[in-house]
Design a protein around this ligand. Structure first.
Ligand code: GDP
Length: 292
């Protein structure tokens, strides 16, 4: 079973977002700091050619900072401005406003030079589901304005919120699901909760999680389950060892279903510590497959 990471309703949502993007001067793209490349929309540049963009690594409190620094450089080398945030705890949000002002200073100065009274800068938040868009908007505004259950197709009157005297933000974030065929990206998006579990092959996702953990965070994996597995061990063997530790056998067989759920739950509740799913060295050595 392959992950249907681009369900039909997403095409409509994408069209809607593209329309709204026409209204703004600057785009705040939220990515998950645990997989900044996999949760980034590679086609954003095509969608919004002439707009300024800031990439916001949200959930910075959950990631492995050694990897984050490499990804920050990666995006900066491509010309993006990068800001780290922890929206849940309102960390570093003002930096986003400062950077936006910096980015648009030239545009404002040009208007002033022409004798035009500059109108407020208009901005919009976009990103994949569950990356923290609504939390980010609400904390930035210090009010509950953004609709967390911002389902595509559920339209409501949108409003411009004032971030300060120069900048306005659209109250409704845009969900822009990247469109590509790479199943590894799909599995990572599933782990971070961007793709619904009921349309995801969770067995594949949990085996993939084991693969990522054994390659890059073996100690965390062993510590959490009190195991002594090695990176050379098969993913399925490792899963069975976890099953053996945690669940009774059913009819003489391992309880795979419970183990699969446990692994995914343990990742989502940070039981393995600070983990980054996008391993920089692995991906840049294999970048073509990421861009297909
Ligand atoms: P949206 O679907 O992109 O609008 O995401 P939400 O704003 O609904 O956030 C999804 C989940 O991530 C919620 O449980 C938030 O509390 C959590 N969250 C948002 N930002 C952060 C963050 O920076 N750090 C952590 N640890 N959790 C966050």
């Amino acid at each position: 079973m392959v992950i249907q990471w681009f369900p039909g309703h997403m095409a409509k949502a994408t069209r809607e977002v593209k329309e709204k993007l026409k209204l703004v001067d600057i785009v705040f793209e939220l990515v998950d700091a645990r997989c900044p490349l996999s949760s980034h929309n590679m086609y954003l540049d095509e969608v919004v050619k002439d707009k300024k963009k800031i990439i916001i690594f949200n959930k910075i409190d959950l990631c492995d900072r050694k990897e984050t620094v490499k990804w920050k450089n990666y995006f900066e080398n491509k010309g993006y401005v990068v800001v780290y945030t922890d929206a849940k705890n309102s960390n570093n949000l003002n930096k986003v406003i400062d950077k936006a002002k910096e980015e648009l200073a030239e545009k404002i100065a040009r208007q002033v030079a022409k004798g035009i009274k500059p109108r407020a800068i208009r901005s919009m938040v976009i990103g994949v589901p569950n990356v923290g868009k609504s939390t980010f908007i609400n904390k930035l505004i210090k009010k509950n304005v953004a609709n967390t259950a911002n389902k595509p197709g559920v339209t409501k009157k949108q409003q411009w919120l004032k971030l300060n005297k120069d900048i306005e933000l659209l109250d409704t974030p845009g969900i822009l699901m990247p469109k590509f065929d790479n199943q590894e990206i799909g599995k990572k998006l599933s782990l971070i909760g961007s793709i619904k579990d009921d349309i995801t092959p969770l067995d594949d996702v949990s085996l993939y999680l084991i693969e990522l953990l054994k390659n890059n965070y073996l100690e965390n994996l062993n510590n959490h389950y009190k195991l002594n597995v090695k990176a050379e061990d098969e993913n399925l063997t490792i899963m069975e060892k976890i099953a053996e530790k945690r669940f009774k056998k059913i009819g003489g067989d391992y309880d795979y279903d419970s183990t699969i759920k446990l692994l995914i739950q343990d990742f989502r509740t940070q039981k393995f510590g600070l983990i980054t799913l996008d391993n920089y060295n692995e991906i840049v050595n294999n970048e073509e497959s990421y861009e297909d």
